[in-house]
Design a protein around this ligand. Structure first.
Ligand SMILES: NC(=O)c1ccc[n+]([C@@H]2O[C@H](COP(=O)([O-])OP(=O)(O)OC[C@H]3O[C@@H](n4cnc5c(N)ncnc54)[C@H](OP(=O)(O)O)[C@@H]3O)[C@@H](O)[C@H]2O)c1
Length: 323
């Protein structure tokens, strides 16, 4: 099969297409013919340095989230899975490939009303957005600030916060991204590349009740300053390269709670199902901003790192569009 190999850490060019043996499903597993693989920002950071939540034994095929059609099952697995459209995690490796062997009990059948590519776009980002918004304990009428609001997770957070009856302040880089966040329901959209962005947020809405911080660094710290007493700072990412790293004592002085979701496997599954169900019902809309052929994974990573992407970035195999 065709796959994308990571043999050394480095720039996007270290993602090299090649051949790999077809995986063979072991006990409890199924074989999936992959149509789409999603890319998360974490995967670009892993590719660059080996840092992050994935195993770093090279050479490897990266990729943690795929969707396709079940082609075969191992002995003992319900043969009724064959032919069904599914999305699934791979455990952190093997996803940038035409086939994966994965545990049957980790599969999510894609609802009939939902396109397979939309389901793949939601697989990681939908559960992350659901869980992190939950950690923010948003109440109706709260003002919620979402960073990187036109990104994969951010574009879903804007919608979910709006659905929770919050006033949503979207911050992102560049006019196209602000326009997308507004289209998705944000009440206010501000470019945080402008040095006075935080002053503009404060002038428009005053203090905010919750910050969804997926950027970290200086942006995260400036967003923290916007929180009023009783506010919640949910730090779930560091696309800037560093965490916001707010000292606990400072947060306590300000009456702000520092938090993030640390879900159990059951909570991860429930959040994934929630996102898929909401999308199938037409209440949550994944934004697929970019699609690349599987073999162009390097270009896809380069686009994400350049901050030029909107919403989700997908890799497509020859099976895309058929399932
Ligand atoms: N996807 C998941 O399931 C998941 C799970 C756990 C944690 N996270 C965290 O959530 C955050 C968002 O992940 P994502 O996959 O949805 O990515 P993404 O938001 O689609 O892409 C990252 C965005 O971060 C912003 N950014 C700010 N500073 C940047 C910098 N120095 N270099 C590059 N980008 C920068 C850019 O948006 P602007 O141009 O608007 O600034 C960029 O588009 C990441 O920090 C990630 O680690 C994600």
């Amino acid at each position: 099969m065709r796959a994308v190999w990571l043999k050394e850490f480095g720039g996007p060019e270290v993602l090299v297409p090649g051949e790999a043996p077809d995986p063979v499903p072991g006990p409890g597993q199924v074989l999936v013919d992959v149509a789409y693989a999603n890319i998360t920002f974490v995967e670009t950071q892993f590719r660059a340095t080996g840092a992050g939540p994935f195993r770093a034994e090279l050479p490897m095929i990266p990729g943690n989230g795929v969707g396709g059609v079940v082609a075969a099952v191992a002995a003992g697995v319900d043969p009724g899975w064959v032919g069904r459209r599914v999305v699934t995690g791979t455990g952190g490796s093997g996803g940038y490939a035409e086939r994966v062997a994965v545990a049957a009990d980790g599969l999510y059948e894609v609802p009939r009303e939902l396109a397979l590519d939309d389901a793949v776009a939601l697989l990681a980002d939908g559960r992350t957005a659901t869980l992190q918004l939950g950690a923010a304990e948003v109440r109706p009428g709260d003002t919620v600030l979402v960073e990187a609001a036109a990104g994969g997770v951010g574009s879903l957070l804007v919608q979910l916060a709006k659905a929770a009856d919050a006033t949503v302040v979207a911050v992102a880089g560049g006019a196209r991204k602000l326009e997308l966040a507004t289209d998705l329901g944000a009440d206010l959209a501000i470019d945080y590349r402008e040095p006075d962005w935080a002053d503009r947020v404060r002038a428009a809405v005053g203090a905010v009740d919750a910050v969804l911080d997926g950027v970290g660094g200086a942006v995260g710290r400036a967003a923290f300053e916007l929180l009023g007493p009783g506010g919640r700072m949910v730090s779930y990412g560091l696309s800037s390269g560093s965490w916001a790293a707010i000292p606990e004592e400072l947060a306590a002085t300000r009456g702000v709670r520092l938090t993030r979701a640390l879900p159990t496997p059951e909570a991860l599954r429930a959040a994934t199902l929630h996102a898929l169900t909401e999308a199938a019902a037409g209440r949550l809309h994944p934004v697929i901003g970019q699609r690349f052929p599987l073999t162009h994974a390097a270009a896809a990573h380069a686009a994400m790192e350049s901050r030029g992407t909107l919403g989700k970035t997908l890799l497509e195999t020859a099976a895309a569009g058929r399932a």
